[in-house]
Design a protein around this ligand. Structure first.
Ligand SMILES: Cc1ncc(COP(=O)(O)O)c(C=O)c1O
Length: 408
C-alpha cells in the first residue's frame, strides 16, 4: 500500500522529533509505543555510550556480563513472583520464547499439552508463533493456512465478561485429556486491535480459572509494560499473577531493540537436566546485548529519579477529562482510556476496522498540524511519552476536536 509521504527525521528531543528541514513534530504515539521517557534522553544515551566504550557485545552462551545480571535483578524486583529472565530482541521474539517455554515445559514434564488459548482480536507479533496466537485477520491473512490452531475466546468488554468466562470454562471441561498448555493475553488493553479495553476483574477471574486447572498463564506486556496503563505492569492490577511475562518496547526507553521473557523458578526447573533434549534451544545472536541491558537499567533508574509515576498520573487525569468532554460527541462511537492510553473510535459510514478509509485522512490531518498520530483504522489513539507537557497534550486534544468538527 502506498502510505502518505515518508518524512526523513534527523533528530529527537523529549516529546519531539525534528525533520531534515528542522520542522518539529509531537510524537504522540511514543514512536510505536517504545519511547517512554522522551527522545534522546541524556541519562539513557550516556549509559549506552559508556557501555559501548567498555563492552558492546559478547556471546551470551557460556558467558555473562554485569549489565545483564543487573538488569535481570532490577526487572525481577518489579516482578517478584518470577525468578528467571530470558533475553531476546523484540516483542515478537519475547512472545516466541514464551510460547516455546510453555509448550516445552509440558513436554519436559512428559505431558502432551499443546493447545493454546487466546483472545479473538489479539496481536502478539509478526513471527509465525506469535501470529498463530493472534487474530486471524489482515495482518496474518497471507499465512493463515500455515499457522498452528489455537482456541479463541471472545475478547472481553464491559458487556460480555460472564460469557467469556463461560467460554474458557467450557474449553477446559471439553479438554478431558487436559491438553491445554497455556493462555496468552494482552492484559487490559489489546493494542493493535484498536486499543480494546477490558477490566482487571475479568482478567483476574480468567487467570484464576487457569490457575485452578494448572494451565500456564502468559502475559504479553510488550505494549502495556513499564507504566503504560498506570501501574508498572498491567497485571499489577490483578491479584492472580502470570507464570510468564513478555516485555519489550518500553524496556530500553525506546533506545535499543531488546526484550525479556520472565518466568517462575518452577518453569525454569523443568529445563534443568543432564538430557540435552530438555534444553530450551532458543537463542538469538544479540541475546543479552550489553548496550540494550545498559539502556534498560538507565530507563528503570529514570522511574525513580524523574518521578515518572507522577507524570503518568498527570497524563491519566488529563485523558479522563478529555474522554468526559467527548461523551456526547456525535462523531464518536466510544472513548476508551486506561492510564496513559486514550482511544477515540470514530463514527463513519464504514464499520470499525483497521482498513477503515478515514485513517488516511486523519493521519494526514494530524501530520499537517505537526502531530504524529497513527490511527488504527477509525480509532485514533494517544500514547505519549511520559515527559509530555500539559500544553502539548492540550494541543493534541484540540487537533482531535478539530478533526471531529471537520468530519461532521
Ligand atoms: C502486545 C504486543 N505483543 C507483541 C508485539 C510485537 O512486538 P515487536 O513489534 O517488537 O515484534 C507488539 C507490537 O506491537 C504488541 O503490541
Amino acid at each position: 500500500m502506498k502510505d502518505a509521504e515518508i518524512i526523513p527525521i534527523a533528530s529527537g528531543k523529549g516529546t519531539y522529533v525534528f525533520d531534515e528541514k528542522g520542522e518539529q513534530y509531537i510524537d504522540a504515539i511514543s514512536s510505536w509505543w517504545t519511547n517512554i521517557h522522551g527522545h534522546a534522553h541524556p541519562h539513557i544515551a550516556n549509559a549506552i555510550a559508556e557501555q559501548a566504550n567498555k563492552l558492546e557485545q559478547v556471546i551470551f552462551a557460556g558467558f555473562t556480563h554485569q549489565p545483564a545480571e543487573q538488569l535481570a535483578e532490577k526487572l525481577l524486583q518489579r516482578i517478584p513472583y518470577h525468578q528467571k529472565v530470558f533475553y531476546s530482541d523484540n516483542g515478537s521474539t519475547a512472545v516466541e520464547a514464551a510460547i516455546k517455554m510453555a509448550l516445552q515445559y509440558w513436554g519436559n514434564k512428559g505431558e502432551a499439552r499443546k493447545k493454546i488459548i487466546c483472545f479473538r482480536d489479539a496481536y502478539h507479533g509478526d513471527t509465525f508463533g506469535s501470529m498463530s496466537v493472534s487474530a486471524r485477520g489482515v495482518f496474518t491473512q497471507p499465512f493463515n493456512k500455515l499457522l498452528f490452531d489455537v482456541c479463541f475466546l471472545d475478547t472481553p468488554n464491559h458487556l460480555n465478561e460472564d460469557v467469556v468466562y463461560e467460554q474458557l470454562d467450557t474449553e477446559i471441561r471439553k479438554s478431558l485429556n487436559q491438553d491445554i498448555a497455556a493462555f496468552i493475553f494482552e492484559p487490559l488493553v489489546l493494542g493493535s486491535a484498536g486499543m480494546l479495553m477490558y477490566s482487571e476483574r475479568i482478567l483476574d477471574r480468567l487467570i484464576g480459572l487457569c490457575r485452578e486447572n494448572e494451565i500456564l498463564i502468559i502475559a504479553d506486556e510488550v505494549m502495556t509494560g513499564f507504566g503504560r496503563t498506570g501501574k508498572f505492569l498491567a497485571t499489577d492490577y490483578c491479584g492472580n499473577k502470570p507464570d510468564i511475562t513478555c516485555l519489550s518496547k518500553g524496556i530500553t526507553g525506546g533506545f535499543m531493540p531488546f526484550a525479556a521473557t520472565t518466568c517462575t523458578q518452577e518453569i525454569y526447573n523443568t529445563f534443568l537436566s543432564n538430557e540435552k533434549s530438555k534444553m530450551l534451544f532458543h537463542g538469538h545472536s544479540y541475546t543479552g546485548n550489553p548496550l540494550g541491558c545498559a539502556a534498560g537499567i538507565a530507563s528503570l533508574e529514570l522511574f525513580d529519579s524523574e518521578k515518572t509515576f507522577e507524570k503518568i498520573e498527570m497524563i491519566t487525569e488529563m485523558h479522563a477529562l478529555f474522554a468526559a468532554s467527548l461523551e456526547k460527541n456525535q462523531q464518536v462511537i466510544e472513548v476508551r482510556h486506561r492510564g496513559t492510553i486514550i482511544a477515540i473510535e470514530l463514527k463513519t459510514s464504514e464499520a470499525s476496522s483497521y482498513l477503515n478509509r478515514v485513517r488516511d485522512k486523519a493521519y494526514a490531518f494530524f501530520i499537517k498540524r505537526k502531530i504524529i498520530l497513527r490511527p488504527l483504522g477509525n480509532i485514533i489513539y494517544i500514547l505519549p511519552p511520559y515527559c509530555i507537557s500539559e500544553a502539548d497534550l492540550t494541543k493534541i486534544y484540540e487537533s482531535i476536536r478539530e478533526l471531529l468538527n471537520d468530519l461532521q
